[in-house]
Design a protein around this ligand. Sequence first.
Ligand code: 5GP
Ligand code: ZN
Length: 109
Amino acid sequence: MSECIFCKIAARELPAEIVFEDEKTIAFKDINPHAPVHVLLVPKQHYTLLDDLPENEEEAGRLLLNVKKVAAILGISGGYKVLVNNGQSAGQVVPHLHVHLLAGKKFAL
Ligand code: 5GP
Ligand code: ZN
């Protein structure tokens, strides 16, 4: 997936403000934040959709546990929103699975 921007960020071929990384996941600040805190958690392995994630509880669980970890690293208090836009009608723009972590304001939904 050489043309994928999130693969390129994971490979350090494109810059990003990285806030967390482990063997399987990279997390960086969204370039166009929708909240005072807006971080994207991205599996280093390219999956276009959540639907493409393999039936691997460890991998899927780790991604969600890393959301919790990043929220702690960032010192978020008062709650946060976790969001996946999965596919076109959901508004997914970047075709590499990612989890939005948003905080620092009151959300309607
Ligand atoms: P989606 O709508 O696909 O769920 O969200 C994609 C997100 O990726 C958007 O919030 C957008 O601002 C962010 N984004 C797109 N390109 C880049 C980039 O090159 N760097 C960073 N840090 N964020 C990006
Ligand atoms: Zn990718």
